[in-house]
Structure formats: C-alpha cells, structure tokens
Design a protein around this ligand. Sequence first.
Ligand code: NAD
Ligand code: 6OD
Length: 496
Amino acid sequence: MNYPSYAEIALPTRLQHFIGGTFVDSGDTFANHSPIDGHELSRVCEARQSDVERAVEAARSALQGPWGKMSVVERAAWLHRIADGIEARFDEFVAAEVADTGRPIQQAKALDVARGIANFRTFADLIKTAGGECFETVGADGDEYLNYVTRKPLGVVGIISPWNLPLLLFTWKVAPALAMGNCVVAKPSEETPTSATLLAEVMRDVGLPAGVFNLVHGHGPNAAGEWLTRSPGIDAVTFTGESRTGSAIMKAVADGVKNVSFELGGKNAAVVFADADFDAAVDGVVRSSFTNAGQVCLCSERVYVERPIFDRFIAAFKQKTEALRIGSPYEAGTTTGPLISRGHRDKVLSYCRLAVEEGAAVVTGGTVPSFGNACDDGAFILPTIWTGLPDTARTVNEEIFGPVCHVAPFDAEDEVVRRVNDSPYGLAASIWTSNLSRGHRVARQIETGIVWVNAWFVRDLRTPFGGAKLSGFGREGGRHSMDFYSELTNVCVKVI
Ligand code: NAD
Ligand code: 6OD
C-alpha cells in the first residue's frame, strides 16, 4: 500500500507566530522546503526582536493569571485536553512531520506523534501524584521543626528545539514546563516549523488561557533564538540542539544568571560482545545507526565489535543495511527517508570524503542514490559503514548526525570501556551481551547519561534523560523535569 493520502492532507502554507492567544503575521518570511523533493512547502514568518519581546510580555502577563495558581488537578485536565487535541488531529500531525522531515510514515505515527501525546499525558499524571520532601528536625536547643518544600513555577521559560524529532522534542519541554505552572515562549527549528504551528492551533482550540503558550518562528543566531535567550523577561532556557549552540546560549544567559537545561550532541557508541545474541545485536545496531537516517541524537556513530565475531558481524551488518529501503515516505516499504536538507547532506558528504582521506574502507554507502524521479531533488544519502579508521580520526570523534558509522574491533572489556569513554561527548551508549553481569559492570563505567543493555531508544518518560561532557547538563524526565521547571522553597516551621 502507498500512502499518497498523507501527501494530500492540507497543511498551513503560511506559518505565523502565536502570541498572546492570537496568530500573528510579521513582515518577512522564509521558505520551508521539502527534504523529499525540494519543493516549497510553506512560507514561515521570521520573528523580529519586537515579536519575541511581545511574546515574552504576553507570557509574563499570563503569569499573573490563573495558570500557575490553579490546582494540579485542573492543570492536569488542561494537559489532557491538549493531548486530546493532538489525538483528534493525529493524521495532520503525522502529515506535518513527514512533510517537514521526510521520515517514514510509520515512524511519525508510532514515535513522533505518539510521543507528542504521551509527553502531555505523562506530565499530567505525574503532577497529580508527586509529593514533596519533608523533614522533622531537632534543633541544637531541643526545639522541633518541620521542614517542607513548596514548588512554584519558575516563571517564563524559553524553549528552543531542533529539527530531528520536531514534535517529540518540542513537547518534551512544553508539556512539563506547562505542567509546573510556567508560561512559555517556544521556538521550533526553522527547518521544521509545521507541527509546532499545529500545536499552537490546538492550544487556541482548547482555549488555553492567552499567553500561557507562545510560539515564535525564526532562525537562531542574531534572530529569534538568540533574542529569546537574551530577553530580560525570561527566567530559564531549555534547549536541545548542537553543543556549539548550547555554548552560545550559555554565554547569552550568563549576565542574567538564567537557569538552563541542555540536551546537546553526541558521538554515541554501540559495543557488541562476542557472547551477544548475534541477530538481535545486528538488528539493534542497524536501528541505532540508521533510524531517522541517523538523525537521532542517540544514534550510534561508533560501533565496537569483539574481534572473534568482527568479520561475521560486518557481513551481516552490511547485508541488513543494504536491505533498507531508501526513498519517499509516501512509498510503501520505505524504511529510510532523506536528511533534513541539502545543506546538511553536504556536511555529511564532506565527512564521507574525509573518512576516506583518513583511511576508511567503505563497506557500503557514502554516496547519493539515484531515483530517476522527483526524489533526485531531495536530500538523500545511502546508509554508510566504514572500517579501518584510527581512534584519532576526526570522523570517529566528531558528531556527524547522519546515517554513517564506523565499526572497529576490540579485544578486551577494559580496552573497549576506555575507547568508548575517550570522547568529548557523553550522551548515550548501547551494549550487546548475553552476560548481564558484564552488561551491568560495563554500563556503570561508561561516561554517558544513558546506557542501554540489549536495547536502544527504549524510553520510560519517568527516567532521567540527558548527557555528560559536551552532551549537556541537567536531566529532564519525570521528577527531574519537575525539579527543573519549578522553583523550590524550603519552609522551616517551629512546631514544638
Ligand atoms: P542547532 O543547535 O543548530 O539548532 C537547534 C535550535 O537552536 C534551532 O531552533 C535553532 O534555530 C536554534 N539556535 C541556533 N543557534 C542559536 C543561538 N545562537 N541562540 C539561540 N538559538 C539558536 O541544532 P540542530 O541542527 O537543529 O539539531 C541537531 C543537533 O541537536 C545535533 O547536534 C544533535 O545531537 C542535537 N540533539 C540533541 C538531543 C539530545 O537530547 N541530547 C536531541 C536532539 C538533537
Ligand atoms: O526520548 C526523549 O525524551 C528524548 N529527549 C530523545 C532525544 C532524542 C534525540 O534526538
């Protein structure tokens, strides 16, 4: 079955800001292009600094309203209404994600839009059951005190998100920020503005109080993103994107000493021990390397395979990678779509050339496929496997963020732990072994925020999510999000 119907779902062709409960058109626009065939999908309003400031003022003024003061039961009901609103327009959200990114329809359904809904429902449920800390304290004088913690909203939160999982990552921050009673000004990536605009329509249609959720479109440096981070009216910034951008944002917020939460880049490793369930490991590494054309921050770009199974692994990995179906998401059976843009593909292709210069043997891929149809104007690249690179190669150390990975043999557990950790990044790792003691032992030594053993990208939204080193700091998820998005006050009362 083909999915032309998703290509035919009408999506907005002029994307506006949503400020103070109203859609706002500003003068300049930029084009949003399809990565599938390059055609123009929409014109997007580019926020001026005054638009960003209006959005921040709208959020500040909504802070004075009922939003942050209502009972958690009421606020949870609002979050469920938003989730219901996404669910009611499920296919439009799927169509938006597919049009903006070219990802397979099944992935947009099962991962992106499903998670957009789950992000709201999870935090709605969490706030209803979360308690606070409380301590009974005996003072030096023998008097007794009760210490308890109250949570207040942080205030106005600036949210800046990337293009690779647009709705998932946008709502991963919007939902907990609203759940904790904050008002937000959110900027999606300029590459993927559509699902955030649909979300603003949902916010309007459910009647969310004006100013609680504001959306501005535009670019990053010297544009909407930077102006948002520099606005004196925001109280915190939560950002997902490149480590370099995180560093720029940190400088921008330094003068105001604003709180930040950063989910940044990665150069993640997969480690396959000889005792692993071989087929599960090969399938797992195909997924962890090439899901979303390698454009998931958790994807593995470094694969280490224990030497006795190295040759067999390479043969099976090559065969399963070459069986992936690259192409338009509107064709049945497509497993792998394009990169986000021609510009990003140029970057990935430059790393493909560099890998060869650095001594790589190309097992498969590294080139642009030819379709003989409109997809030739898209941003496709074949999934790519290299071997033979030294650990010092730039292609083994720098985040590339495409469907590329290097596979290297290893001989000993402590050696592979050292090589995995010898990275400026520390986001995620996956370990494949049938020896769970080993899995646990290795997991404890790996310097990343997340380690999967015999799994990849399994997410429980209550767990802490984030990275070490250049991959960011702070954790979001469950109570960690609740802590980031609220101001805690300890109240100490003399009771006896
Ligand atoms: P990016 O950093 O280029 O852009 C992300 C967002 O920041 C966009 O909305 C952009 O407009 C904005 N921006 C850019 N410069 C800015 C500035 N100076 N001030 C304020 N805002 C600015 O990242 P990207 O290319 O959109 O996304 C890919 C990157 O994101 C990869 O490095 C990937 O690893 C990372 N990522 C990390 C996670 C995680 O959870 N750790 C998740 C997804 C993506
Ligand atoms: O699943 C999540 O909560 C999450 N933040 C995923 C990030 C994926 C990066 O591309």
